[in-house]
Ligand binder design. Structure first.
Ligand code: HEM
Ligand code: HEM
Length: 177
């Protein structure tokens, strides 16, 4: 019999990653990006941003393994065939967008020599990162990820409060059978 809820490790990773991702998207948009590279505090902001970005990547990889190796509940229904067909696609899209964010961030950091500058204190930052194609990808995919998160959270709330099908409990702890 399929379980009523996701695996507790997946549940823990889901909510931890939701917090970390929302925090990093907000910090990147409203803090990191607005501070020019010539300002000394930029190094500190980059250090925190890069460390958090890499941590998110590692946790997201662990989560993918947990998702692929544990049983999950049967697909939920909204009563609309088109919406039901979209749901798994949105879940996989969330994984893909997070991996593109981490990949473009790492690419940008490698090309600009950031590990040496930010963590070892050797060399200085370029005026900005605008010449790197990864910078554009990182900025555009950040917006796509925000939109997808809003869509996903909206769908979860629709299930929970309009259809009243108790969907949130599937992403919560408790007996699974
Ligand atoms: C902020 C980033 C978020 C990401 C990246 C994310 C990602 C995902 C993914 C990929 C799944 C499928 C299960 C898995 O593979 O882990 C899922 C399930 C779920 N998420 Fe999120 N989520 C986020 C935020 C939220 C928020 C804010 C809510 C609540 C309002 C929410 C509620 C749920 C629920 C209820 C499920 C279970 C759906 C089902 O029963 O099939 N998520 N989430
Ligand atoms: C995986 C999750 C990550 C998220 C959610 C994230 C989020 C963001 C956001 C929202 C911005 C501002 C983009 C804009 O509005 O144009 C940004 C900029 C940036 N991120 Fe990330 N990032 C992540 C990972 C990384 C990683 C792993 C690195 C490097 C190792 C990195 C390096 C940078 C750099 C160098 C900038 C440019 C700052 C500037 O233009 O001054 N990011 N990030």
């Amino acid at each position: 019999m399929l379980p009523k809820r996701y695996h507790p490790a997946l549940v823990a990773l889901h909510w931890l990653l939701a917090l970390l991702l929302i925090a990093l998207l907000a910090a990147g948009t409203f803090s990191l990006k607005l501070v020019p590279n010539v300002q000394p505090e930029k190094l500190n902001l980059l250090r925190i941003h890069m460390a958090m970005g890499i941590s998110i990547l590692v946790l997201m990889l662990l989560r993918l393994v947990a998702r692929l190796t544990t049983e999950h509940p049967p697909a939920a229904s909204t009563g609309n065939a088109v919406l039901d067909a979209l749901a798994p696609g949105v879940h996989w899209l969330l994984y893909a967008l997070v991996f593109v964010m981490a990949g473009s961030g790492i690419g940008m950091a490698a090309l600009a020599g950031l590990p040496d500058i930010v963590f070892a204190g050797h060399g200085s930052l370029p005026v900005n990162f605008d010449a790197l194609p990864q910078r554009a990808v990182h900025g555009i995919v950040a917006k796509l990820l925000m939109l997808t998160i809003v869509l996903h959270a909206g769908a979860a709330l629709y299930h929970q409060f309009i259809r009243r099908d108790g969907l949130l409990s599937r992403m919560g702890w408790g007996s699974r059978h």
